[in-house]
Design a protein around this ligand. Sequence first.
Ligand code: CA
Length: 228
Amino acid sequence: MSTILIVEDELAIRSFVSLNLKKKAYKILEADSGEKALDTFKKNQVDIVLLDIMLPGMDGYTVCQELRESNQGVGIIMLTARTQEEDKVKGLLAGADDYIAKPFSMTELEARIISLLRRMNSYVNIPFPKRFQSGPFILDLAQITFTCHEQDIKLTPTEFYLLQFLISNKNQTFTRDNLLDEVWGVNYVGDIKVVDVNIRRIRTKIERDSSNPEYLLTVWGHGYMWRE
Ligand code: CA
C-alpha cells in the first residue's frame, strides 16, 4: 500500500482529497502547514507528497526543496491555485515531479498519482538488462542508482525514469510528445514544459556545462537524445 502525505491548509480540500484517496486504499497522512509536513515526513515512510504551494508560514516551494535535500526518491506533486507558467516551472525546478492546477477532479489527480507510482516502481518490471553503461555513467536498475565515474548522482523518480528511457534508447531522437507519452503516460493531460524542465534539471546534475551538453542533447526542431 502506498502512503500519500497531503499538505494543504484548506480543510475542505484536504478532507475531500483524503477521503477519496482512502477509498482507493492508499494510506493517508495529512499536514496543514509546511513545518508540520516536514515533521510528519521525518517520522513516517512516505511514497508521494501532494504539496500545496500557498501555505501559511513556509511555502510549498521551500517545503519541496527541503524534502528533496533529504530525499530524492519520494514522489512530489504540487497543487497549485495559480495557472501562470512561471509558477509551474518554479515548482518543477524546486524538485517536484509534477503539478496539478486547482480546481482538479479526483480522476485527474488519481491519474497523476498512478503515473508517478509507475515511474517510481518501473524498474521492478523491467527484464534484462538491469544495468546500462554509457561513457562514464552507469544506470543500475537493481540498485536504482546513477553514477558518473563511480560518484553517486541523486535523481528524482521522474529524472531517473527519463534517463533510463533515453539511455536504453541511446542515439535516437525523441520529441517532447514522445517523451511525455513514454515517461508521463499517454493519458497525461499536463503541460509539455514538464519535459523541458526535467531535462534542464538532469543536465545541471550530470553535464560539466549544462548550457553546452555532451550527453543529453537538444536536437533542434526535433527533441532530445542521449548521445554516446
Ligand atoms: Ca493553500
